[in-house]
Design a binder for this molecule. Sequence first.
Ligand code: URA
Length: 213
Amino acid sequence: MGRPAAERRQDLVSLYREAQACTRCPLHLTRTQVVFGAGNADADLMFVGEAPGVNEDAQGVPFVGRAGKLLEELLVDNGLSRSDVFITNVLKSRPPGNRDPQPSEIDACRPYLGRQVALIEPRLICTLGNFATKLLSGSPRGITQVHGEPRRREIGGRSVLLYPLFHPAAALRTPKVKEQLARDFARLPALLAESAPVPVETASAAEQLGLLD
Ligand code: URA
């Protein structure tokens, strides 16, 4: 497996400090603060949204507005909570007026996401909406086509199960999208279980049965 959790957590704190001082793109001129990400630094499940909005920019925490409330409800409906998962965004700084992220901003910010994945070591990453999905899938196929289709990808130097979901903000605008998001979300517990490492007991039982050399 990977490096000890305490070591990875320490490196994540260093990365957080580095991001707080980031001036790699012009968004540093207009943001109130960097929104690095929040939650369990050793999470099996990570969510990647688009970019901080006005509430996130004010509080320094991702998904604290209406979209965040829906995300939290969906987690709870499926036996999870915010403290079980790590939540972050493609961009760590708010685009003024909530405009779309620009390609140059995504390029400038993407090393942070790669390093977050490498340090947190999630088994499953849910991309929320088009920007995160296209960035992490490496494919131009949009969320309407690929939502609910898990696929294996190498991200941050690790093999991870990528699971694209509609963005909760889109779900708040369109009831049909909300229903689909809830259906896709309901597969999360099973996907998490599927992506679990093989338990040690299985190996020793097989050994005891003489199934291994
Ligand atoms: N939308 C996002 O994509 N990210 C947030 O943090 C909040 C809203």
